[in-house]
Ligand binder design. Structure first.
Ligand code: EPU
Length: 400
């Protein structure tokens, strides 16, 4: 598996916190990463991309800003807000617009930065944050759990004076990975990966080297690929511990999953039965695997109730799956999937990253040919998915 996109994005943003070079390994060469690298370049950081590492040197920040052009293509651009204010005392970051999966505001990021003493205003579609005398550590409680919000505030807190306690923090492995990097850079952080993170601010951070964790969503997508094709698939270079909720659901659905080594998983599946899933913050069932699991449930016997609690509009794939023959009824935040329905290949449109993955999975199980349009969505977050699937026997190719 590749390095985790959602860990690599904050790791790259964290490089803005020091003037010294930071070397990151296992940065996946996917579209969102290229966007983040462009964004770092825009601020004045030097970004060198080699085969097996990316090195960022933010000696001077000429422009502590994230322009609309970059933010509109990737919402995670708001991850530079915290590091920029912390390092240069000001930041100007375009507000992200709407998004295919929900509103996705950044009010929680802003509330956290304000709590650390930044003055935040909104003007002409941009957020301007100022802290001319530096940030001041403080206790802060997230009203709602936010992954990049936690990361943003954490990155700001490491250079703030005194202690910051982040309550109701996201517990995603990507938050813990970011903290691991920051600690190597000289930050004092405790509790990352739990819901309370304590940070003692330091004056300066320094350069270091870090390897990004494997992508649990990519690994999860391949587990579902193994199940939906009734295959026998070994997924290497993954962290089984990060996939517990999915493994439990796949097992309940009838798949057999074993761990041949500490960093691999093997899935074997024959007949599948329906199970209900409800997306939750980590360690619950990941919203980023909901679309893929829905494709799988079309091939399971019985009725599956899929509840999306994280994003309000993340069922666009359901309509496309229905065009392939799936029996799915949507009711607000719930999808009712009745299986088994034979899927038949069709021309479908990808609406977002994980939705495109679910269409690829459905295509693997469908009779005949499936053509997926707007496949650039998949390139935002999956490295060479077609080559990896082809390597295990799928008949898939990129048309354009
Ligand atoms: N929210 C707010 N205000 C905020 C921030 C979030 O209301 O200031 C709401 C969101 O609208 C959403 C919920 O809180 O309803 C949770 O959003 P969160 O902030 O946790 O999402 P995110 O940090 O923007 C990250 C991932 C997403 C993943 C979500 C949930 C990155 C770069 N992105 O987004 O990944 O779905 O957490 O786990 O880490 C993907 O990779 O396909 C993807 C969308």
């Amino acid at each position: 598996m590749s390095g985790a996109k959602n860990s690599a994005l904050p790791a790259l943003a964290a490089c803005l916190l020091t003037s010294e070079p930071v070397t990151l390994r296992r940065i996946p060469p996917v579209r969102d990463i290229a966007t983040m690298q462009k964004l770092l370049g825009h601020t004045g950081a030097k970004v060198a991309v080699a085969d097996d590492y990316v090195q960022v040197e933010a000696a001077k920040l000429k422009r502590p800003e994230a322009p609309y052009d970059l933010v509109k293509t990737m919402r995670a651009s708001s991850l530079v807000l915290g590091p920029l204010v912390a390092r240069s005392g000001r930041a100007r970051v375009s507000l992200p617009g709407g998004c295919a999966i929900g509103a996705r505001p950044i009010n929680l990021h802003l509330a956290g930065l304000e709590r650390l003493g930044a003055e935040v205003r909104q003007e002409h579609g941009y957020i301007e944050a100022d802290a001319p005398n530096g940030l001041q550590g403080a206790p802060f409680t997230f009203d709602r759990i936010s992954v990049t919000g936690t990361e943003d505030v954490l990155m700001a807190a490491v250079l703030a004076r005194g202690e910051t306690i982040i309550n109701n923090a996201a517990r995603e492995p990507e938050v813990a990975d970011l903290a691991a990097l920051l600690i190597k850079m000289g930050a004092a952080i405790e509790g990352a990966g739990t819901s309370t993170i304590r940070v003692q601010g330091v004056e300066k951070l320094h350069g270091t080297e870090h390897s990004i964790i494997p992508d649990r969503i990519e690994a999860g997508t391949f587990l579902v690929a193994g199940a939906i094709t009734r295959g026998d698939l070994v997924i290497q270079n993954c962290m089984p511990d990060h996939l517990r909720a999915l493994i439990e659901k796949l097992t309940q659905a009838g798949a057999r999953i074993t761990a041949p080594s500490p960093d691999s998983l093997r899935i074997r599946a024959k007949k599948l039965k329906s199970v209900d899933v409800k997306t939750e913050e980590h360690p619950g069932f990941a919203t980023d695997l909901q679309a893929q699991f829905m494709a799988l449930m079309t091939q399971a016997e019985g009725i599956s109730l899929i509840t999306e609690t994280i994003f309000e509009n993340r069922f666009m794939h359901a309509l496309e799956l229905a065009r392939m023959g799936a029996n799915i009824r949507l009711d607000g935040r719930q999808a009712i999937v009745a299986g088994v329905t034979p899927l038949s290949g069709a021309q479908v449109i990808a609406s977002d990253l994980r939705a495109s993955a679910s269409l690829v999975l459905a295509g693997l199980a469908a009779s005949g040919e499936t053509v997926i349009d707007r496949v650039y969505h998949i390139d935002r977050g999956y490295e060479k998915i077609e080559a990896k699937l082809k390597g295990v026997g799928a008949r898939i190719r990129r048309v354009k």
